[in-house]
Design a binder for this molecule. Structure first.
Ligand SMILES: O=C(O)CCC(=O)C(=O)O
Length: 292
């Protein structure tokens, strides 16, 4: 359960980190499942519905950037998102009804784990109201060296930035330098393994390449208030209903006036944020060679 001051910090700054939400057995199972999946990726040569591959991936040297929709890949990821401890926190931040929008697991492996360029999640999946957030379950001790996610506090109350690059297509990345935001205001979400970050859907965030010798797994669940309906539509209503984690179903969306930019025309490179961002013409973080 969050304290009053943690809830206030989330409302004012748009992000909090809560230590100890995922216990050691859960984390160890997740880490083992992940290692098994990376092993399985030896037989995969292209991005598919489970694997987003790092540049340089091969059967001999498997390099996985992301596991897509991990809650569909292994029960440990589906069980944690329904755990009473997590749901209690989510109810405090989003209200009684909470629905999973999606999940992903960004591996950020030691030495080569890719950066995620600055962005807001909101333009990827705008809804009728902005009571949405992402939970980031830290699978490893997370610090600046192994590629912690940075957030810019307060930006969840500001504009929705242009994520459309130079050619006018959605590219999932904003131009940080043009935004007027200051890098000195960005703060890392740090914590021991098992901590969870909670960041508002409109908060500006991003993370650098992992140039350290330690991995940085971040399991992300995108969560929405049950009365937030996706503006891009509901392709499968049964699936939508099954993703309700707590509270009651409603067909009456709550509509709130917030700045929206639709992810249209769609990104040239579909599949994941990493793929979307390859068409961005501005790189803040970029990839760096790391000496052996
Ligand atoms: O993995 C990270 O550091 C950031 C992830 C993120 O923002 C995303 O995947 O949308």
């Amino acid at each position: 359960m969050l304290s009053r001051s943690q809830v206030d910090t989330y409302r004012e700054q748009g992000a909090i980190v809560v230590e100890g939400l995922a216990d050691a057995p859960t984390r160890q199972t997740m880490t083992q499942v992940l290692a098994d999946l990376v092993e399985r990726s030896r037989g995969v040569s292209q991005h598919d519905s489970v694997f987003d591959l790092e540049p340089g991936h091969s059967g001999a040297e498997p390099r996985v950037r992301r596991i897509k929709a991990p809650h569909k890949v292994h029960p440990v990821f589906a069980e944690f998102m329904r755990s009473p401890r997590l749901l209690q926190v989510l109810r405090q931040l989003l209200g009684e009804g909470v629905r999973l929008h999606g999940s992903k697991l960004n591996l950020k492996a030691a030495r080569f784990g890719s950066p995620v360029e600055w962005h807001q999640d909101w333009p990827f999946y705008p809804h009728t109201n902005d009571d949405l957030l992402a939970v980031g379950v830290m699978l490893d001790d997370t610090n600046v060296e192994n590629g912690a996610m940075y957030v810019v506090p307060g930006t969840h109350k500001g504009p929705t930035y242009d994520h459309h690059g130079a050619d006018g297509r959605f590219c999932g990345a904003m131009d940080f330098e043009a935004s007027g935001l200051k890098i000195a205001d960005a703060v890392p979400c740090l914590g021991p393994a098992g901590s969870c970050s909670f960041h508002h859907v409109r908060l500006v965030h991003g993370s650098a390449q992992n140039r350290s010798n330690r991995s940085r797994g971040l399991l992300l669940y995108e969560m929405a208030a049950a009365d937030a309906f996706p503006l891009m539509g509901i392709p499968d209503y049964d699936d939508f209903r099954q993703r309700l984690l707590c509270g009651s179903e409603t067909i009456e969306p709550r509509i709130v006036d917030c700045p929206v930019r639709m992810p249209l025309p769609p990104a040239l490179n579909q599949g994941s944020i990493y793929e979307n961002q390859t068409s961005s013409n501005k790189r803040f973080f970029g990839m760096h060679a790391v000496a052996e």
